[in-house]
Design a protein around this ligand. Structure first.
Ligand SMILES: [Zn+2]
Length: 214
């Protein structure tokens, strides 16, 4: 939505819209001098009652839809110059050219770092220890990612070319998948039994390792 009465209009975009470009139809408000009172706001020069057409403001405000072309890869704060001359339904010299500033809304799951996209992926510790093949969401659909056995929290996997297209040159950024190993907060009886056995086995293995190091 564009802010009214601003010289520079702010256009709010989702991360996907900014990444891949879009055509946005948005409304701008413009004031024209009231034809009835010629801008005085009064019924006539002798009459001090307010003009019924503009309610004393002296201007008639109308909103017009304008179409804005957003190129792929724009960043927050990107400024574009819009020429509205050829757009249907627009009149008045104020509107022929205007500056629009892009404001990108925060995304629920992705963070942007330049043209790379960062995604934090939760893994349970069985997946982290044994390895897993998982579907990872990207800005355009999901892709398969193989996690090797023994993956630790903080490890980064790079999905080449799954980021945001560069605005000024060819190519795209990457998606970085950051692993976060999640410890379970509630366990069923059987899960607890399994984990206790695992704990015993791990501590015995540790003991054996210490002995063999001596
Ligand atoms: Zn008027």
């Amino acid at each position: 939505m564009l802010n009214e009465h601003d010289i520079r209009y702010v256009l709010s975009l989702s991360l996907e819209e900014a990444a891949f470009g879009c055509e946005k139809i948005t409304k701008i408000k413009t004031g024209e001098v009231c034809s009835s009172c010629e801008g005085s706001g009064r019924s006539s020069t002798l009459d001090s009652t307010i003009c019924p057409k503009c309610h004393g403001i002296g201007q008639i405000y109308q909103s017009y839809p304008i179409s804005v072309h957003i190129p792929a890869g724009v960043k927050d704060g990107y400024q574009l110059h819009v020429n509205t001359k050829d757009q249907a339904g627009l009149r008045g010299e104020v509107l022929e050219e205007l500056d629009v500033i892009v404001s990108i809304r925060a995304h629920k799951v992705f963070q942007r770092s330049d043209d790379d996209v960062i995604y934090e992926m939760p893994l349970n510790f069985a997946q982290a220890a044994l390895g897993a093949e998982l579907m990872v969401p990207t800005l355009k659909g999901s892709v398969k990612l193989r996690i090797p056995p023994g993956t630790q929290t903080g490890r980064l996997f790079r999905l080449k070319g799954k980021g945001i297209p560069h605005l000024d040159r060819r190519g795209k950024g990457d998606q970085l998948v950051k692993i976060r190993v999640v410890t379970p907060t509630s366990l069923g009886e059987h899960q607890r039994w399994l984990l206790e056995r695992l704990a015993k086995s791990l501590s015995q293995a540790e003991l054996g390792e210490r002995k063999s190091r001596r």
